[in-house]
Design a protein around this ligand. Sequence first.
Ligand code: G3H
Ligand code: 13P
Ligand code: ZN
Length: 333
Amino acid sequence: MISYKELGLVNTKEMFAKAIEGGYAIPAFNFNNMEQLQAIIQAAAETKSPVILQVSKGARQYANQTLLRYMAEGAVEFAKELGWANPQIVLHLDHGDSFETCKSCIDMGFSSVMIDGSHLDYEDNVALTKKVVEYAHQFDVTVEGELGVLAGVEDEVSSDHHTYTKPEEVVDFVTRTGCDSLAISIGTSHGAYKFTPEQCTVDPETGLLVPPMLAFDVLEGVERELPGFPIVLHGSSSVPQEEVETINKYGGALKAAIGIPEPWLRKAAESAVCKINIDSDSRLAMTAAIREVFATKPAEFDPRKYLGPARDNMKKQYIHKIVNVLGSNGHAE
Ligand code: G3H
Ligand code: 13P
Ligand code: ZN
């Protein structure tokens, strides 16, 4: 058993309380490899933003849970080396699917876990989340639960439509489980294809597709029921069209990839939403930069010559999210 405290990591408690109070949100960026982690830490250190490093099931399978944990420990020291005196870094399990997975992450030094029981019956979700909370809280590890189902693929379960969170259930769920934050469903979804063109309208000025509005009324209902309680938004990539265009220009084939408009995320960040999950946008930034090098410098074969630009492009994007969308810069001096 290793406590995250020995690794210089923090849990989400104080971070979320400050974020709600200050009207901003903490970025929760997924990482699977060194370049993503370097870019996240460089961006957070430069902007003095608290940050959540998220490890998904896919990341654990791809890179190994133990290695990712040691990388996060290294990230704390890297942040200090970059001049960030007091790094506020959370290591979080994204979409934990069982008590055993959550326990194994807690035991090896994660400071926060999500138990995603959103596809279970309500009572089974309550029971599983409560069991994880009881274990996690013994070690001061914070727990994110989820109510409502996002459309698309979530935790290997696929749904072709959203089941929005029911505001009338949230007080019962939070009280009975003791969870520290709650992920809700208000129309966001995972991946780069969040909406079909048919679901969108065309902006007459820009010609760009505008997705259907998120269910802010559901968010307001949840806030009324649970004043001051930390809310989480998954599936919050914006799918920047310039990255999609670069990918397609250099041989990619991404068709009608549509994300969540940034002003909507800004609006959410000003509410009780204090954790915003972003993964797909970083994948797009990485792929765009790598494709450009491959297409414009076909003789290049040193991985540092394409992973380096990929890292720079991700860092630029992370800084943009922190400063212009979530507003978390300057909140971890
Ligand atoms: O929640 C989904 C995240 O984007 C992680 O996806 O399991 O493919 O790493 P992944
Ligand atoms: P995106 O696919 O929109 O980046 O969402 C990521 C996420 O919610 C991770 O849990
Ligand atoms: Zn998610």
